[in-house]
Structure formats: C-alpha cells, structure tokens
Design a protein around this ligand. Structure first.
Ligand code: ADE
Ligand code: ZN
Length: 319
C-alpha cells in the first residue's frame, strides 16, 4: 500500500494524459498535431525545461470548457488517491489559458467542481495555488491577480513557474507583495535550472514559504545552512529532474544530499503525465535507484504534511 502523503508540487495541466487529450480534442473539434496516442507519447522526450514547456503549452489547447477542467482534475484525483495522496496543493497556470481566450472563471469554476467534492469522492483535501508565468511580463501577472479577486476564497497561495533562466524572482517582487496583501501564501519555483541566487531572491524578495525544486541550493553552502536552519521546505520532483535533464541520472539525484544537510525535503510529481510517474512512483524510484530505506521514505511522507498549508489540527490527524 502506498504511504499516506501530501502532494505539494503538481501542475494540474501536467496531469493531462494523452488519452484524455484526444478525448477532449474530439469533444472540442480540435485536431492535434500528433495523429495517435502513441505518436504523442513518443514526443515525450525532453532535453531541458523549455523543450517540455513547448509541448505542455501546446497540448493545453484541448482545455476549453469548464467540463474539460473538471474532467482533468477528476482524472488526477482518481490517480492520486491510488497513490496514497490524502492532501493535494495544486498549481494552475491561468495565463496559459486567458492568453488563448479562455476566461479565468471557466478555469477556476471547472477545477473547483472537482476539488469541492474531492474529500468526499477521493478522500483527498485540496488547495489551489495560482502560478504566474515568469517568462511573461510582471504587469500581466498583476493583471491576473486582479482578475482572480472574485475567486480568492478558492485560492490559497500564489506561485511562480515556467521558463526559469533569465526570468529571476526579483521581477515579481511587487506582484507577490500584492498577493500577500490579499492574504495569499507564497511559493516559487527556484533552483530547478536557475542558480542559487534565484532561491535567495525567492526567499528574501518574494517571501516564498516553500521553494519548488530548489535542487541547485546544494551549490551554495550558506543557502543550504539557511534552508536547514529555517526548515523552509523544498518540493523536490525527482522523475521530473531526470526527464528534464536537470540531473544526469537518477542515481546522481541530489535528494539524499539535501536530506543529509538537514533540509525539510518533500517528494512530488510536478507533471506526472509527462515525466513517467505519479507521486508514489517517485517514492518507488527513490527506493529502487537510490536505495532509500523504509524509514527515510516514511520521513519524506511525514515531511509532506508538515510542509503543507493545512491547518495544524488536520496536519496532526494526517501525520
Ligand atoms: N510548469 C510546469 N512544470 C514546470 C516545471 N517543472 N518548471 C517550471 N515550470 C513548470
Ligand atoms: Zn513545477
């Protein structure tokens, strides 16, 4: 049985399985550039983050209606339940949809229809994290935050994702300050492909409470010591890092070194449809390729609840 766990780094658009992509394309009268599911799967061979993002954004074209977003979220929640997930803090990328004419209301209402019944239907409590695309202007992010105001009761936090290098967190300082003023929590992708200085910026300028990925923290001993002292969680995604070649092989993944340095590490799936596994599969890969023992895997699962935005009582009940 998979360990009970929280998933804290999961892009809902990255759970779009090829089969569902074809179903939605058919339903919406769209022709995909890949003729079959097999052809599409064959395109899942990436050389870096950007090569993945190109396909990730292209396939989102099949997401058009509220029902599409509901079906996407329900498909993820069904899989997540089978992987032991009891709580999921789910990223979504509004600008990837509004920029192609899909209203934010359609996205949020569609996702909410699945999330609102998730505890009852799947035994999974949920939270939504609105991510800003860092390779688009900060002014657009601010506009997105304003558009989201009618939905703030459904949104727990803001995040920062998309192409990292050349798009430092400092560009989004004002947007994150505005989000905090609205009562939102803050997380940010940093140190996936970008340098340790981006992690410092996420902490000091964006006031990120968790760092998504953060694996390049290992290159900066002062940063490593800071993250250990403050117990700032890292949401690490091992299969993603291997597939996007942020690390050369699974055997060389830095997760054990991050644990040895005393960091609050969690294990997550990022974009599981694209990276060959959901969250339990990431735990199993850590066992198989890095020899992590049962006690360490249990600690990682406990960390996932500790690092979540759950209220203390539910945390205690789940740990
Ligand atoms: N958007 C979806 N997956 C991502 C990742 N791994 N890094 C940055 N942005 C993303
Ligand atoms: Zn991510």
């Amino acid at each position: 049985m998979p360990l009970p766990k929280a998933e804290l780094h999961l892009h809902i658009e990255g759970t779009l399985e090829p089969e569902l992509a074809f179903t939605l394309a058919h339903r919406n009268g769209i022709t995909l550039p890949h003729p079959t599911v097999q052809d599409l799967r064959a395109a899942y061979s990436f050389t870096d983050l950007q090569s993945f993002l190109n396909l990730y954004y292209e396939l989102m074209d099949v997401l058009r209606t509220e029902a599409d977003f509901t079906d996407l979220a329900n498909a993820y929640l069904t899989r997540a339940a089978a992987q032991g997930v009891r709580h999921a803090e789910i990223f979504f990328d509004p600008q990837a949809h509004t920029s192609r004419g899909i209203p934010l209301d359609t996205v949020v209402n569609g996702l909410a229809a699945a999330l609102d019944t998730s505890l009852r239907d799947h035994g999974i409590s949920t939270a939504l994290i609105l991510c800003f695309l860092r390779d688009r202007p900060a002014s657009e992010a601010l506009h997105t935050l304003h558009q989201a105001r009618p939905h703030l009761h459904r949104i727990s936090a803001v995040g920062l994702d998309s192409a990292e290098v050349g798009h430092p967190p400092q560009n989004f300082t004002a947007v994150f300050a505005a989000a905090r003023d609205l009562g939102l929590r803050c997380v940010a992708h940093a140190g996936e492909e970008g340098p340790p200085s981006y992690i410092w910026q996420a902490l000091n300028l964006l006031h990120a409470e968790r760092i998504d990925h953060g694996i390049r923290a290992l290159e900066d001993p002062d940063l490593l010591a800071h993250l250990a002292r403050t117990q700032t969680p890292l949401t690490v995604c091992p299969l993603s890092n291997v597939r996007l070649r942020a690390v050369p092989t699974f055997a060389q993944h830095p997760l054990p070194a991050l644990l040895d340095a005393g960091l609050l590490v969690t294990v997550n799936s990022d974009d599981p449809s694209y990276f060959g596994g959901y969250v339990h599969d990431n735990y199993e890969a850590l066992r198989t390729h890095l020899g992590l023992d049962e006690a360490t895997l249990r600690q990682l699962a406990r960390n996932s609840f500790t690092a979540s935005f759950l209220p203390p009582e539910r945390k205690k009940a789940l740990i």
